[in-house]
Design a protein around this ligand. Structure first.
Ligand SMILES: [Zn+2]
Length: 262
């Protein structure tokens, strides 16, 4: 009896895992996502509102308008009708950082703007960050955490507004401890965001070749160290020849989507 019950349970778990297996747009990689897109979006919107409340949202029209201009172009290319896109600049010159939460909630810190320099540079970062959201990397990380804790906690823990669910979300996105300080994604996720980001920027009319220039400036600006998702990744895996080679390798694919704007 016990063995039968156990194997039935295993079958159920396998079925649940199969149902939750999804494939990442553009790369086709299959990954396990145990959080519904709706719940993920709701948590993203809540975390965004809270972060903006605690931050100094920039009213510098020059900075804000260029970030929004690039943002809306890339949002259109990302083609996510269920996202309600929002783009804000947060005044903090020390943060060489940017992120995009589920639902299309984007923040750029003023500290990254001297490194992005122009619309092309903003498009590189924006593409990379939007790619994390499109590929549902945060939900993937949450799901890995949930699996580690036992799949049984899924049903209750992730209902929107549930403090326990919100906490896991904030940990996954690193928003809990200090505003805007994000935990690094995994190396494979960063690489995937580089790849998808190039396609999104190209679709939006930005030359993906500019990505190589940006990442070189980024390396100079951070000296291989820093405090954001982009540069923290660089600090552990500096923009070495491998990453540059990977980006170069994806550029021909991205160029197939490229139509210069104007
Ligand atoms: Zn990243």
């Amino acid at each position: 009896m016990k063995t039968i019950a156990k194997s039935r349970l295993l079958l159920l778990a396998a079925a649940a895992a199969l149902a939750a297996c999804q494939s990442v747009p553009y790369t086709g990689r299959s990954h396990l996502v145990l959080v519904s897109a709706g719940e993920e979006k709701k948590m993203g919107e809540q975390a965004y509102a809270e972060t903006l409340k605690k931050s100094k949202v920039s009213a510098d029209q020059q900075k804000v308008s260029v970030v929004r201009q690039v943002g809306y172009r890339l949002a259109k290319a990302a083609d996510k009708p269920d996202f309600q896109w929002e783009f804000n600049v947060i005044e903090d010159d020390k943060q060489i950082n940017a992120w995009c939460l589920p639902g299309g909630k984007v923040a750029f810190y003023t500290g990254i703007l001297p490194v992005t320099q122009d619309e092309d540079g903003i498009a590189v970062v924006m593409g990379h960050e939007i790619a994390h959201a499109l590929a549902r990397h945060g939900a993937e990380r949450m799901s890995q955490g949930m699996l580690a804790q036992g799949v049984g906690t899924v049903a209750g823990a992730f209902l929107g507004g549930n403090p326990a669910g919100q906490k896991v979300f904030e940990q996954a996105y690193g928003l809990g401890v200090g505003v805007g300080i994000m935990l690094p994604y995994g190396r494979a996720q960063e690489s995937e965001a580089d790849h998808i980001g190039l396609i999104i920027m190209a679709k939006a009319g930005y030359d993906p070749n500019k990505a190589l220039d940006f990442w070189q400036r980024m390396e100079k600006a951070t000296g291989g160290k820093g405090g954001g998702p982009l540069d923290r990744y660089l600090s552990t895996h500096p923009i070495n020849s491998d990453r540059q080679k990977a980006i170069r390798g994806w550029i021909p694919e991205a160029m197939q989507h490229y139509k210069p704007r104007n």
